[in-house]
Design a protein around this ligand. Sequence first.
Ligand SMILES: NS(=O)(=O)c1ccc(C(=O)NCc2c(F)c(F)c(F)c(F)c2F)cc1
Ligand SMILES: [Zn+2]
Length: 262
Amino acid sequence: AAEWGYSPTNGPDVWARLFPQAGGARQSPVDICTSIASSDSNLEMKKLTFAYESQSDLRILNTGHGWKVEAPQSGSRLEGGPLGEDIYQLEQFHCHWGETSAEGSEHTVDGRAYAGELHLVHWNTTKYQSFAEAAQHPDGLAVLGVFFDVGNESNDEIEKIVSTLSEIKFKGQFTDIPDVIDPTTFLPSGLGYWTYLGSLTTPPCNECVIWIVYKEPITVTEEQLVQFRCLSACSGEAEEFIVKNYRPPQPLGNRALRECNA
Ligand SMILES: NS(=O)(=O)c1ccc(C(=O)NCc2c(F)c(F)c(F)c(F)c2F)cc1
Ligand SMILES: [Zn+2]
């Protein structure tokens, strides 16, 4: 099948032809219209809690659509907030970026895009036996989204990722990150978030994600984003850089958008 991507011929505007779910009614990302976000008091009650382990030798790979760190963490737990009584476990994290820092995030806030967006992907281990199975159910996955702002101080945790990218320049390549990675360090200090029911933002765009998007961005440097854009989408010598891998906002429709100011 033709490989999907982000160019005019295989990008978000044509995904629904190959992947029917991409045209569904609970697609992601969305534009977060802050004026309609309802501050939902009972979200405050069930505080969102997370516990991650620090891990070394995590595998990072070039998927052809970006980098992805496989972090199956049986000891990690994400629960509370909009997640009901279920426990979600970290599976992987990756991010999305643009050709310039004026764009790159998938979610936008009142029409404003950030320079990039990190996704910490979790699956419901209370109800399902595997990530693949969870991805077939409306409450199967929970993804934490964290916006990137460009600033002067480089993000040390992101630097651990950046330092491996020269080893995975081509699609399909992977390597182990020697440093210890603690996913907690990716989260902003302010833990206020928006949440809504959505989908995977890449094909097949399964409508299986409870989205939790943090309000406060973290800071990365322009140089760190420049390094992301040096990854190649191809496996061979041909160089087609992954300069943009974000899906534009999809209609919110009549979905509730709730906020919690932790
Ligand atoms: N950008 S994001 O919304 O955070 C996002 C997160 C995970 C995936 C993913 O795992 N895709 C592969 C994949 C599937 F798309 C499945 F439907 C499935 F069952 C899998 F097991 C699987 F690995 C795609 C997008
Ligand atoms: Zn993503």
